[in-house]
Structures are given as C-alpha cells and as structure tokens.
Design a binder for this molecule. Structure first.
Ligand SMILES: Nc1ncnc2c1ncn2[C@@H]1O[C@H](COP(=O)(O)OP(=O)(O)OP(=O)(O)O)[C@@H](O)[C@H]1O
Length: 302
C-alpha cells in the first residue's frame, strides 16, 4: 500500500461553541487526489486549514507525512503547497515579484519561477501590477504559487473558480503530473463535473460531518441511482427475456451499479445484443442523492 501523506483521525472543530467539524476521519495516500465536496459552510475550508496547521482542531489528530500537523516542521515545510479560497496578494506587486517572494521563502530557483510564469501563460503580464490582473489571471498566479516548490502535499481551495475551461484543463493536467511524482492532492470544489475524472476518492460533507467517502464507483454503489443500459434499437429480445424484464423501464434497462457486469454478460450471452450504451450516474447526481439521503437521516454516516 502507498505511504499515507495525510491522516486525519476523529477531527472536530468548534468556533466559539459552534461545531464546524464533527469527528471527521480520512486519509490520502501519496500520489492520490481527494476531492472535498459539500454545501457552503460544510467545513471544507476549515478541514484544509487544519491540515495545514493554520488552526488547531478542538480534538482529534492530524498527521502530515508522518508528522503532527501542528508542529512547525510540518507547517513550514516546503513539502506543503496551498491555494487559499479567494487567494489575494498585495496588488501593487507584479506577478513576477509575487512568485519571486514566495520562491525566496521556499528556497526555489528563479528559473522555476520563470518557467511557471511561462507555463501558466502569464509571461505577457508578469511585470504588471496585480491590480491590472483579471480574476482568472490572479487565480493562475495563485495556483503557480501553490505548486512552486513541487510539494508533496498540495491543498487547493476552489482552484478552478474564475478559470476559463482551457485554464481549468491545464490545472488538472498539472495536478496529474504532480500526482505521478507522488504528491497527495486535496481539492475543495463545487465544480463536480470538472473534478470527477481526476479524483481518486471524494469526501462528501454536510454540516461538518462525513456523509460518504470513496471512489466514484464506491459512491455510485452507495447511492440509490441506477445505471442505465440504452439500446440503439428497442430490442424485443430484451423486453421478452424473463430475467431482464424486471429491469426494463422507459425503454432502458435500469440496474444497480453492482449488477452491471452480470447484466451485460446476460445481454451478450443470452440475447446476443452487442450494441448498447452504458450510462453511469455522474458525480453531480450521486452527490445530490447522497446529500439528500444524509440530510433526511440527520446526516448519519453511510
Ligand atoms: N473564523 C470563524 N469563526 C466562526 N465561525 C467560522 C469561522 N470560519 C468558519 N466558520 C464557520 O464554520 C463553518 C464551516 O466553514 P468553512 O469555511 O469551513 O465551510 P466551507 O465548506 O469551506 O464553505 P464554502 O463552500 O462556502 O467555502 C461555517 O458555518 C462557517 O460560518
């Protein structure tokens, strides 16, 4: 099994008596991406700040690369990269000066700064003050700052807000490169369709509690949503098949995710149907389904 980069055990947090996080546990292995999903105020940013060691949990433990996150060695380590929600820098500085400043703090070379400026498409504006930057340009700079030191643990709070589709795609490409180099990545986001194909696991949270944790396939199985098998042509062989009839609804076969291989086998071997389209529920639908279930049952863990 891969080395655990982040390990949270029973983490709770209270802000002046208000419980923002309630006994949350999860881990992220080196080279894995974890998406933090949840409604506004669910506790995602608080979790990220706790992982960074910026705020101490009221109870529970947090280990980063085997060290207590509250210890300064872990907090000051160049191994951590962080993009805060609404990252803002002193707007009289130029983009180049901002990156040079963080590079000096992290012991990163000028060459790396120049190469990131180029990669993030900010060359033309690098010597302009940030007050002349658009939101997306500032966000690109923020992401470049976060990955400056080629971190082992990267925490991104809503990284694609303000980015155009091309820049979002570029960002996820970068994240995938870092993952291949063994970086553990945590992304808090509301943009579920963007993160879906890049995450290894997602933690869904509501009101500071863990609602569900798992890969897209595991979350799909935990949901009540059906996988649909669509035929290019309505097939009599399916409608009249004694076993398949029970799943036939609205011109589709509607099955639980766990039944997929069994039904596909049946379609091929018993009905000789080879032309079909399998439509899995998307992360966004799964999220709404699990969140609905959790809120109905007062946010009990699934
Ligand atoms: N410094 C603070 N003092 C008091 N309450 C706070 C503080 N920071 C956050 N909270 C509260 O804790 C809860 C969780 O906030 P948090 O910012 O972690 O949520 P979030 O999931 O990141 O939300 P969003 O998606 O809106 O960014 C919210 O109810 C928020 O009002």
């Amino acid at each position: 099994m891969s080395e655990l980069a982040i390990q949270l055990t029973d983490v709770s947090l209270s802000y002046q008596g208000f419980t923002a996080l309630d006994c949350v546990s999860f881990d992220v292995a080196a080279g894995q991406t974890m998406a933090l999903l949840g409604h506004n105020g669910a506790g995602k940013s608080s979790l990220i700040k706790i992982i960074l060691g910026l705020i101490p949990p009221t109870s529970g433990s947090v280990q980063i690369l085997g060290q207590n996150a509250q210890l300064s060695q872990a907090r000051n380590s160049v191994c951590l990269g962080y993009l805060p929600e609404d990252a803002s820098f002193y707007d009289k500085l130029t983009g180049y000066e901002v990156l040079r400043y963080f590079a000096a703090l992290k012991g990163v070379t000028q060459r790396r700064v120049e190469s990131l400026i180029e990669e993030f498409g900010l060359e033309y504006a690098q010597h302009r003050q940030l007050k002349t930057y658009s939101k997306g340009m500032k966000q690109r700079l923020g992401v470049a700052q976060a990955i400056l030191s080629e971190p082992k643990v990267l925490l991104l709070d809503e990284p694609t807000v303000g980015l155009d589709p091309q820049a979002s795609q570029f960002l996820y490409g970068k994240i995938n490169q870092l993952k291949l180099a063994g970086c553990a990545v945590v992304i808090s986001t509301h943009e579920l369709s963007l993160v879906e194909s890049h995450l290894d696991r997602a933690l869904i949270m509501a009101k500071g509690k863990r609602v569900a944790l798992g890969s897209c396939a595991e979350l799909r199985s935990a949901s009540t949503l059906k996988t649909c098998i669509d035929f290019s042509e309505l097939s009599e062989r399916v409608k009249t098949n004694a076993y398949l009839q029970q799943f036939y609804q609205d011109g589709l076969l509607q099955i639980a995710a766990s039944q997929k291989s069994e039904i596909v086998q049946h379609l091929v071997s018993q009905c000789q149907i080879f032309d079909f389209d399998i439509k899995e529920p998307r992360l966004e639908d799964i999220y709404h389904d699990l969140m609905g279930q959790a809120l109905c049952s007062s946010v009990e863990q699934l």
